[in-house]
Design a protein around this ligand. Structure first.
Ligand SMILES: Nc1ccn([C@@H]2O[C@H](COP(=O)(O)OP(=O)(O)OP(=O)(O)O)[C@@H](O)[C@H]2O)c(=O)n1
Ligand SMILES: C[C@](O)(CO)[C@H](O)COP(=O)(O)O
Length: 245
């Protein structure tokens, strides 16, 4: 497979995290969460370039060591994740990417992507006519909620998968799908849903369930317990409380 480009949407505020800063900048094993996320791509020999979409007033990025990495471009994030992704695609084009190149979109809030999953995605989709995404088959019993907050039905979980990232598509196909879906007012929560709206059927590539999106405090606490060497001491906890980046 030839090389690939990456967009990292990182312009969110992380409201569900209830933290003192956007969750992508919270510490995990001594580094900012986003630095772990970027590391999986920056160490890959086929990476052609990477763009992070940052909030226009992001005061944290420049304090990171990786901010000086010449392989990393920047785009200004938008009001929704899809806007941030689209701005990232345009930035990649300005950096030399073409519409026929593969682009991977990966949440800054998913720091635990393993190289084996990344390579599996690249290998299984490199000749696919559409592209696809890392996903995990549902493993719990699923309920559809009724308006009254009670169970309306149990959903057949055998056909339900949880969409993860990276999501991998040809840059031009994704750009057009995102532009048209957003212009039509479609709610786009991942790249695949824009491609589906455009009439494509992205391929599901099974990945690890621990490639979690850090969304709520317990997600980060769980990762800290999994992380090799993530002995978050009481001093680190206290430092997290009053640390200013
Ligand atoms: N306008 C936005 C919103 C989200 N994101 C990014 O998209 C990823 C997944 O979004 P989510 O988990 O919802 O992050 P937040 O929007 O920050 O979280 P919340 O919804 O709790 O505020 C995150 O890396 C986030 O930084 C983005 O780039 N631009
Ligand atoms: C892209 C994503 O991570 C796939 O599950 C998810 O849709 C992001 O949703 P969020 O509400 O922006 O976190």
């Amino acid at each position: 497979m030839t090389g690939f480009w990456v967009v990292i949407p990182a312009a969110g505020v992380g409201s569900r995290m209830l933290a003192d800063r956007p969750k992508q900048y919270l510490p995990l094993a001594g580094r900012a969460l986003i630095e772990h996320t970027l590391g999986c791509f920056l160490s890959h020999p086929r990476l052609r370039g990477l763009v992070v979409s940052l909030a226009a007033d992001d005061p944290y990025w420049n304090s990171l060591d990786c901010a000086s990495d010449e392989r990393i471009g920047r785009a200004v994030g938008g009001s929704e994740r899809a806007d941030s992704v689209l701005n990232g695609l345009f930035r990649l084009l300005a950096l030399g990417a073409s519409d026929t190149d593969w682009v991977l979109v990966h949440d800054a809030a998913r720091p635990n992507l393993q190289r084996a999953d990344l390579d599996g995605l690249l290998e299984q989709l490199s000749r696919d006519p559409v592209g696809g995404l890392l996903a995990v088959p549902a493993k719990d019993t699923l309920k559809r909620a009724g308006a009254d907050g009670r169970v309306a039905e149990t959903v057949d979980r055998s056909v339900i998968w949880l969409a993860y990232t990276p999501q991998m598509f040809r840059l031009g196909m994704l750009r057009e799908a995102l532009q048209q879906a957003l212009a039509a007012g479609v709610r786009v929560t991942d790249e695949a849903s824009a491609m589906e709206w455009a009439g494509y059927a992205p391929r599901l590539i099974e990945g690890r369930a621990d490639n979690i999106k850090v969304t709520r405090p317990e997600d980060l606490h769980w990762l800290e317990q999994q992380w090799p060497g993530a002995l978050i001491s009481r001093e680190d906890e206290e430092r997290r409380g009053d640390q200013t980046v």
